[in-house]
Each structure stands twice: as structure tokens, then as C-alpha cells.
Ligand binder design. Sequence first.
Ligand SMILES: *Cc1c(COP(=O)(O)O)cnc(C)c1O
Length: 385
Amino acid sequence: MDTSFLLNHLGEDRAAYFDAVSPPILQTSNFAFPTVAAFRAALADEQQHTLYTRGQNPTLVILNKKLAALDGAEDALCFSSGVAALSAAILNSVQTGDHVVCVRHSYGWTRHLLEHHLAKWGVSHTLVDGTRTEHIEAALQPNTRLIILESPTSFLFEVQDLAAVARMARARGIRTLMDNSYAGPLNPSPLGLGIDMVAYSGTKYHGGHSDVVCGVLSSSREIIRDIYKNEYMTLGQIPAPLTAWLVLRSLRTLHLRMARVADTTPKVVAYLAQHPKVDRVLYPHHPSHPQHSLAVQQQPQPTGLFSIVLKADSTAQVERFADALRCFLMAVSWGGHESLVIPACAFVSEQDTQPVLPFNLVRLYIGMEDAQVLIEDLAQALDKV
Ligand SMILES: *Cc1c(COP(=O)(O)O)cnc(C)c1O
């Protein structure tokens, strides 16, 4: 489908709201019915009717249609956060006695769900190095029901071969879930490679302005319907009407924002890759990445997140670099208008013998600023290392 049509018109019924160009925020908790027959029909199927705002809301209906179309999916749901979308997909896929395979270095709260909640209900898991499909295959057990992928992972940028994993899983009747927050919704959807469920932190590129928290899950009509009736409704994971409206507002410029980061990020990375104080860059779209060709094939459009490893012997040197940056805000998250930095030394110690990340790793996100402005800022900060 033509992206311009999708972002500007799909799902919008302007005649129903005074021909307003921007849809209304239906700030209501409940909806009234003229007859018992109409009320009965809505009670029988909350997903298809607007009955109550924990289940459905007209502002959200427009958004969900666009989210499904963006992923080329039969159906999609917007959630109150990215982890809400991930948890719903995971909880829907397993029961007591099942086993899950998940890539190591995946999003921390995804692993927390496996380690602290699913373990409690008798669901076991194995974390694997997903850079080789054989490692994933070797971790499978007769009771494996779900494989959780995140390609690339968001600090070390390890890539998985999505088509190969999907083929292997389908042959054994195992479901696959891919956290696609990194690539965003304009790269080809992993659904097209045979992945069963695709989740996003909508807080990142869908929201795009660092002012909203939400999540997205797209899949088959059947899986989405089952998740809707169970996890979505019982755990209360719907976003507020205002959140849905803010995301709709953001989607109008999604293609412009993604084109901007695709243009500027490789320039900033190229500068850093040749800098004498940078040991290496971890960016799937840089030729030095060990899985460059697979990464580019799966996600042709470059996006804005990467890490660098500084040539630093001490945490103090890394701190001087990060503290000196003026254009990069030191903050979690990414996908907004503003460039960001997270030095790993904020949560790993250089004394740690088995650290999760090297203390001299620094994650950067490139926002909407001019590449040259960012490069000059990085240059003056690197002088401090
Ligand atoms: C941010 C993020 C999430 C969580 O999304 P929230 O919207 O913060 O709940 C999940 N996965 C990845 C890769 C993320 O970057």
C-alpha cells in the first residue's frame, strides 16, 4: 500500500466528525446504545464494537488500522507500552511446563518477564547467542513453544537470520515473536519473512517526539483476536485516547523522520569509525559490522541507534566524554527528535570481571539535528577522552 495514503487517509472517516482533518480524541470511558439489540451485539464482541474504553475506542480504531497496514498484517493492536505488547504476546503463547528460547542481550524487561514471572508459573527458558541459527536450534527442547527474537539487540547490535529461524520454528510448530523496535515500521516487516508476531516499542519511532509511551503488536487475525480476548482485556493494556491521538499525529511525519535518520546516522557513524579515539562502532549498517550483509538485507533502511567502544582505560575518561556532549541528552529511550547518549559505565563497573557490557561502550541515538552539528559536538567531546 502507498505509505502516503496510509499515513494520511487510511482508517479515517472524516464525514463522521464534522470533516475535521485531525480525528477527535474520544475522551469517554463508555458508549451508549439505542436498543437492547444493539447493546447485546456490542457485549458479544467488544473488539468489533465501541462499548467501553478498556476494550475499544474510536480514536484507537483509526490507529490500529494504520498499524496493521504499516506491517502488512491482518491485524494489529496498540498497547499502553512496548512491554505490554511483548508481555501479551509471550503470555499468550505459553502455559505451565512449556519452554521459551530467547536471544541473550534482548531488552531487559523481556528477560525479566521470563526470569521472574514465567519461572514462577513453571515456564522455563534458555537465553542464546542468536547470531547463528544453529545456536537457537541447539537450545530447542521438545516442549519449546516460543522463540523470542530481537534483531539487532539494542546495545550490542547482534543480528539474527529471521527467515531461517522462522522456517525452522514453523517446521516444528513453534511460534516466533520479534521485537522490531530497532528497525521501525517502515523497513520490511518480519511478518513477511515468516515471523508470527511482531512487537514494537511505539514509544520510539511511532511516537517519535519523546512525549508518549505505547506499544504495537501485529500478527494474524486469529492470534490478535485471541490476545485481545485474553491478555489485552484481562491485564488492561489499552492506551488512553489521548495517547492514540498523539501517535496518529506522529505517524503523519513518520516517513520524513525515518528518511532523516537514514541520511544523517551513517554520516555520524562514518566519522566516528575513523576517529583515533574510537576502537570500533557497532552499527549494522556500517561495513565493519560482522553481519553487515544480512542486516542490510533484512532492514534496508538505516535507522538511528548504534554504539561505539571508546579507546579508554578508565571510567573517568568515558565520563569526561559523555559529560562534555552538548547536543546529546543523557537519557534512556530513543526514536525522538533529540539525540541521546547512554554510557554503559552508568550501570557497569570497570572492575566487573564478567560485565554485561564493556565499561567503555557508549550508546548513541541520532535525532533530527544536522549531521555536521552532531559531528562537531562529538569531536570536541572526544578531545576530552
Ligand atoms: C524501549 C524498548 C522496549 C520497551 O518499550 P516501552 O515502550 O518502553 O515499554 C522494548 N524493546 C526494545 C528493543 C526497546 O528499545
